[in-house]
Design a protein around this ligand. Sequence first.
Ligand code: TRP
Length: 449
Amino acid sequence: MSQRDAFTSTFGVLVATLGSAVGLGNIWKFPYLTGTNGGAGFLLVYLLATLLVGLPVMIAEIMLGRTARANAVSTLAQLAPRQPLWQSIGYMGLLAAVLILAFYTEVAGWVFAYIVKALRGQLQFTDPHSAAAAFGALVGSPWQALLWQWLVLAFTGGIIMLGVSKGIEAVTKRLMPLLFLLLFLLCVRSLTLPGAMAGLAFLLQPDFGKITTSVVLTALGLAFFKLSIGMGTMITYGSYFRDEQNIPATALRVMLADLSVSLLAGVAIFPAVFAFGFAPSAGPSLVFMTIPAVFYSMPGGSLFMTLFFVLTAIAATGAILSILEVPVAMLTERLGWHRRKATLVTLFTIALLGVPAALSHGVTAGWKLFGLNPFELFDFISSNILLPLGGILIALFAGWVYGLPKLRDALSNHGQLQNTRIIGLLYLLTRYVAPLLVAVILLKGLNVF
Ligand code: TRP
């Protein structure tokens, strides 16, 4: 077999991993969840979940992937031979990947559609009602919803077919710096709106009364979703990491940069929400309604609006690539399929499952299970159940089965890095804190006790 593809530079590893973390999670999910869950209190719980659970699990995943140098299923098969419990991590990850992409590519489709609409000057709203009506018309039209989703699948699938270094790394390296620049511009604009301070207060002043158990579960789910952990994405990307890469330091950088993008997105959106009289609890449509309003009234507004949606599309692309890579790496390495065939089969599966998700705001709106339509259900099952469950297993595996000596060896790059204390802390977090915390939140959040 020819040599396995991988990331080619330290910077390449960093941007590709950041490209996976930064996505619709920051620009679409984070603002709307913060809005529906009461603002700053939610942000605080999310921060704690990221530090105590997210970061350790992310480091563990990358480490396991780099050690085995294989896709998620093979990594566990190699490190835990004949142990179905641990091997289930890989298969659950496969399921989560398909479920997430079924709704994620739909939202990305709305973003692509909004780029075109902004360019054509069709997003010039001054009041919440006309903004909501325009969004409703897009998501409620079956063919538009489906076609935009398929376009996203074709676009990201095309990049995936190019491979890890020539596809994922090359594309994220060019796009991620642009994303930061655009986001910075937008924050400046939003903060200079009249009434911007009410939005900032919502984002930064916690009201502890609003923190319920379901808020905590949602914050935990977001922490997993944001760092792309709990389903094998980071195992897969870890398998492309370089031997000399400092894993804990890279993960920390990615986490901090990712958090800044979420906060910047919050700063770009919430002042506008309050300045224009939208409800912060509008739900998944929040970004699509507020952003046009922010830019409408300013000179060159259509241009900035277009830029915003371009930047969101960039973020979504890097994230989708990383989720697609999970099944694609599995199919090529385990079944020996050609990369093109593996990609096409993956895309086709997602497109099929994507149909009920894409039609959830029209035809399938009434198809409810536990009170959730297919779009909401896929999101709930993946973010709030599968990712935390995968996270518990990965943490337990790293802390109890893999164990301290191997953890030390792997995370210090065989003794080349002086990070014994950090590793000791990570060991405690993965062995006790993360699994316990996640288990309690999961069971409580699902009303099991
Ligand atoms: N982190 C990405 C975002 O916030 C989404 C994502 C990419 C993801 N890979 C993942 C979520 C793996 C869960 C699991 O948009």
